[in-house]
Design a protein around this ligand. Structure first.
Ligand SMILES: *Cc1c(COP(=O)(O)O)cnc(C)c1O
Length: 398
């Protein structure tokens, strides 16, 4: 405390003091619980890509500051990936920017594009860094709530339209969506794009789960819709796709003026990051389709193990069409076990009750009441670990 007893943490960040992840991970440790809270895999990505990082490090590639926009090999690989997967063409020199994970890309884009007082419309529940970064940029977040409908969380397009005002600067869209597992459909994306064009909005799309879509779902980049190329900042990351979340290699692809703007903020955040890993990720992006197919199939099998187990244990399961998270409704467990449908209380009790850690979705909402009964489990864990967690949860229902 200073003598003036003014709070140390500034007003913009006051509401983001501590995260639920710290509390829950501490609980997991204390109780010896299986941690299905935070979303990182418990096995590393492809051995040859790990070796590529070792090689880069040994060969002295990336051990000193790499170029500000990212190493040319990686920028070329990112552009080639966008072309190969989606038929999108980007100039690796002017339209691609490498960042310290998607997290920095999101922060830099918001800091660069938002003027204090601007409104930013984001889907709720939202990834936790969005709210903090909008606040740091001096913007005002305007959440549009995804609500359960026929077994999945859906966007209400009328509500989205109504959320846009004269002060709205940009839409922040995340699909495949964490934590709900929703993948926006072609029709929904077309409507979002139409709105953005009609109201002349910028759009940031967080596509870190682009390779994790299941069943009939398809990931379609929002930038591919008419009128979107010049207004969309698309964000990707190697962390989720290649199971190297600690490497923190992400990227922005966008029209040159947008990349220039985002780079202006990015250069004063980290300047550059992850030198040797950039070379390894360049190789990862060029892996054959068989890698991406096998990765998706593996995660799909894990999803099915956890979804079936949670259903048997008495949860209502919203089967995700993408990402590696399952959102559940705890109310079918009954008022006692579900703590009257209070996800916070439930997640605080669960480690003691069952030896499993999960995250209350309410932390991802401004409208906390809307998110109260929902709880998120991560399934990016070994099948044996998921089976053990499921066994423990089934005992709950007795
Ligand atoms: C994990 C995650 C990120 C952060 O990605 P990094 O590359 O690790 O910074 C961003 N957005 C969403 C939706 C995520 O789940």
């Amino acid at each position: 405390m200073t003598s003036s007893s003014r709070p140390l943490l500034n007003r913009r960040l006051a509401e983001f003091g501590t995260t639920i992840f710290a509390e829950m991970s501490a609980l997991a440790l204390k109780t010896g619980s299986i941690n299905l809270g935070q979303g990182f895999p418990d096995t590393d990505g492809p051995e040859e890509i790990r070796e590529a990082a070792v090689r880069a490090l040994r060969d002295g590639r990336g051990n000193q500051y790499p170029p500000g926009p990212g190493v040319p090999e990686l920028r070329t690989a990112i552009a080639a990936h966008q072309e190969r997967r989606y038929g999108l063409s980007y100039d690796p020199d002017a339209e691609v920017l490498v960042t310290a994970g998607a997290t920095e890309a999101i922060a830099a884009a918001l800091l660069a594009l938002v003027e204090p007082g601007d409104e930013v419309v984001a889907l709720e529940p939202y990834y936790d860094s969005y709210a903090a970064c909008i606040a740091m940029a001096g913007g005002t977040r305007v959440p549009v709530t995804l609500r359960p409908h026929d077994g999945s969380f859906r966007l209400d397009l009328d509500e989205l339209r109504a959320a846009v005002t004269d002060r709205t600067r940009l839409l922040l869209i995340n699909t495949p969506h964490n934590p709900t597992g929703t993948v926006l459909t072609r029709e929904e994306l077309a409507a979002v794009a139409e709105l953005a064009v009609e109201r002349d909005l910028l759009v940031i799309t967080d596509e870190v789960y682009e390779h994790l879509v299941f069943d009939a779902a398809e990931h379609i980049p929002l930038v591919s819709f008419p009128g979107m190329r010049e207004r969309t900042v698309s964000i990707g990351s190697a962390g989720k796709t290649f199971s190297f979340t600690g490497w923190k290699v992400g990227w922005v692809t966008a029209a040159a003026p947008l990349v220039t703007a985002v780079r202006s903020a990015k250069q004063f955040l980290t300047y550059v990051a992850s030198g040797p890993f950039q070379y390894a990720v360049a190789e990862a992006l060029a892996l054959p389709d068989s890698y991406f197919d096998a990765f998706r199939a593996d995660m799909l099998a894990k999803r099915d193990v956890l979804a079936a187990g949670l259903t048997e244990a008495g949860f209502e399961v919203f089967r995700p069409a993408g990402t590696y998270f399952i959102t559940t409704d705890i109310r079918p467990l009954g008022p006692d076990l579900s703590q009257n449908g209070d996800g916070f209380a439930f997640c605080r009790a669960l480690p003691e009750l069952a030896g499993v850690v999960a995250i209350p979705n309410a932390v991802f909402y401004d409208h906390r009441d809307e998110g109260a009964p929902f709880v998120r489990f991560a399934f990016c864990k070994r099948v044996g670990v998921l089976e053990e967690a499921v066994g423990r949860l089934k005992k709950l229902a007795g």
